[in-house]
Design a protein around this ligand. Structure first.
Ligand code: FMN
Length: 318
């Protein structure tokens, strides 16, 4: 079957399936596995301590795949030393850069003459139109079902994707709540030309940094087992529920300030569960799609299965 869309043409990939940026989990092994399976894998720059580490990760991914892959930047995390990092992706000529968390204009400006495809993550119609004006090649539209940071308006994928598909000319890529062939085909029906998956890729064998406890929780949780934290400080993000998260939410209700929440929401606290497996002392980002995750396959098995499911749907509906 032919899976080409404007996104596959842009990125030179077989399937329009992108592995989203994954803080502390999106390293070369996972990125290369996704690219080898026909999608676009990504190294997450914010997980790395320096621009040199980013270069090493890019080299490592190149050892593992000869297919295109991308680098994800969370703008707010890198603002101070941004140019150095951008220089690395330009020198290394990665295929794509995805941008989230802040005003993408400077980065889009730097990338314009380089031939690197810039994709911007948005969570509202206004942001999507702005990204298009600034020169994004496509927008990744994240609905409120998604894992990790979501839009302040908390609009779901089902409404946000068609709304933005009507508002921009560039390709729209749907994110948030997608974990199988049904979600992928639904996204296309909504006007998307590809998908981003985050949570689903964490429960794979090549997500080697994820603790067994976190991966097992993704398999065992239902769609009701997530919660949104940091809403009160204007940075909503979806996590797996736990006793730790209940304490965090209770603190947030009592004292909704960054200072009060700091000791619950830092990267170190995040890693306490996702790396060390200590669920009682940390949190893990996850989307509602956790309710559809039932195993920990290899990335190639996962993408093969998703493609088969999508083929069956196309066979049924034409
Ligand atoms: C553990 C985790 C970490 C994430 N870290 C980032 C990040 O660093 N940068 C980013 O752009 N998006 C990040 N996201 C969002 C994903 O890239 C993606 O947009 C989202 O997971 C899509 O929703 P889904 O989880 O329902 O697939 C993260 C998501 C998760 C679950």
């Amino acid at each position: 079957m032919n899976w080409s869309t404007r996104l596959t043409e842009l990125l030179q990939i077989k399937y329009p399936i992108i592995q989203g940026g994954l803080a502390y989990l999106g390293y070369a092994e996972l990125a290369a596995a996704v690219s080898n399976a026909g999608g676009l894998g990504q190294i997450t720059a914010m997980s790395l301590p320096s621009a040199d580490h980013l270069r090493m990760q890019i080299h490592r991914a190149r050892e593992l795949t000869d297919r295109p892959f991308g680098v994800n930047f969370a703008f707010s995390a890198h603002q101070a030393r941004f140019e150095e990092w951008v220089q690395v992706v330009i020198e290394e000529q990665v295929s794509a850069v995805t941008i989230t968390g802040g005003n993408p204009s400077a980065l889009l400006h730097w990338l314009r003459p380089t031939g690197i495809t810039p994709l911007v993550l948005v969570s509202s119609r206004r942001q999507a139109q702005k990204a298009e004006q600034l020169g994004a090649a496509a927008v990744m539209v994240v609905g409120s079902e998604g894992g990790g940071h979501i839009g302040r308006d908390e609009v779901g994928t089902m409404v946000l994707v068609p709304s933005i598909a009507d508002a921009v000319e560039i390709p729209v890529i749907a994110a948030g709540g997608i974990g199988d062939g049904r979600g992928w085909m639904a996204a296309h029906a909504l006007g998307a030309e590809g998908i981003v998956m985050g949570t689903r890729f964490i429960a794979t064998r090549e997500c080697v940094h994820a603790s067994a406890s976190y991966q097992e929780a993704l398999v065992n949780s239902t769609e009701s087992d997530t919660a949104v934290i940091k809403r009160s400080i204007g940075l909503p993000g979806r996590v797996l529920r736990s006793e730790f998260v209940e304490r965090l939410l209770e603190t947030e209700r009592r004292e909704p300030t960054y200072e009060a929440l700091q000791s619950y929401i830092s990267g170190a606290v995040n890693r306490r569960w996702i790396y060390d497996g200590v669920k009682e002392e940390g949190f893990g980002w996850a989307g509602q799609v956790t309710g559809l995750i039932r195993d920990i396959p290899t990335v190639s098995e996962l993408i093969g299965r998703i493609v088969s499911e999508a083929e069956a749907i196309r066979g049924k509906w034409g």
